[in-house]
Design a protein around this ligand. Structure first.
Ligand code: ADP
Length: 259
């Protein structure tokens, strides 16, 4: 709480009293702290791959180049870390676009069942690598109004997470239901699950339950923050059910028509 005060006088200049103004600055302070944390997180996330790229290229230049096995190993690391940087920058730009007040959706009529089918084709190879079975049950001809590129990104983020946070031989189930004026999509995995107390935080930028696992799978920690924003601009919502060790379901609801 911040208090500012000013004396008040009557017409003849006689002191009448004091006006006290109470400013509730808790919200302002919280926002300022969030901004600071964000800048610190971005700096840290950028610094890690850059340090690694510099270190490995320096070692190569200092002589490791003469050993073909090392060249191969180090170049692979440099390639992986620069890809991480690229993904991170792409996600940061996307997030900042979505957060702009004047952000415009590119609205069109979309066959959601088709859009989801295309995404399943994209994630199939990585699911196959872990022998994860994909099951689907989708109402056909599910037409909705939306921004196709954004919706693709939203569902791709959820599906890639379902693969990343699953172990070998898991199962992912995708269900699409058409209701009267909305559609409901659920993505269920049989993966590691999320502890109950962590669920409210996973939509925060850079929040990860397990940092090492997220980094290893190429995650930026921004996927769900982006997903939440895409849903907000589409007047939709997202909910999570999860049990550690058993799996997770993300429920997405989208209106068929935007207001
Ligand atoms: P990341 O790039 O780390 O995957 P996200 O924003 O997509 O970032 O997700 C935030 C965190 O939420 C993840 O690091 C992970 O801890 C948790 N999470 C997201 N999806 C799942 C899932 N399907 N199963 C278990 N944990 C998940």
């Amino acid at each position: 709480m911040e208090i500012t005060g000013a004396p008040i006088f009557n017409e003849s200049g006689k002191w009448k009293g004091v006006v006290l103004v109470f400013h509730d600055i808790t919200e302002l302070k919280r926002l300022e702290q969030m901004r600071k944390d964000f800048v610190a997180n971005v700096s840290h996330e950028l610094k890690t791959p850059i340090t690694s790229i510099r270190g490995f290229s320096e070692t190569l230049l200092d002589g490791a180049m003469k050993d073909p096995a090392l060249v191969d190993q180090f170049l692979n690391i440099i390639y992986k870390e620069s890809t991480r940087l690229q993904t991170l920058i792409k996600d940061l730009l996307e997030l900042s676009k979505l957060e702009k007040a004047e952000f415009n959706l590119n609205l069109e009529n979309i066959r959601l069942d088709q859009l989801l089918q295309d995404l399943l084709t994209i994630i199939e190879p990585s699911a196959e690598k872990k022998t994860i079975r994909i099951r689907k049950d989708m109402d056909p001809d599910s037409l909705i109004e939306g921004d196709s590129a954004r919706l693709k990104q939203l569902f791709l983020n959820l599906l890639t997470n379902a693969v990343s946070y699953s172990s070998q031989n898991g199962e992912i189930t995708l269900i699409l239901r058409q209701l009267e004026d909305k559609v409901h999509v659920s993505i269920t995995d049989t993966g590691i699950g999320i502890p109950k107390e962590e669920i409210p935080r996973i939509f925060e930028r850079f929040y990860r339950v397990d940092k090492a696992r997220s980094r290893n799978s190429g995650g930026t920690g921004l996927g769900l923050a982006i997903a939440k924003h895409i849903l907000e601009v589409h007047e939709g919502k997202i909910e999570v059910d999860s049990e550690p060790g058993k799996g997770t379901t993300f429920h997405v609801t989208l209106p068929k028509r935007l207001h």
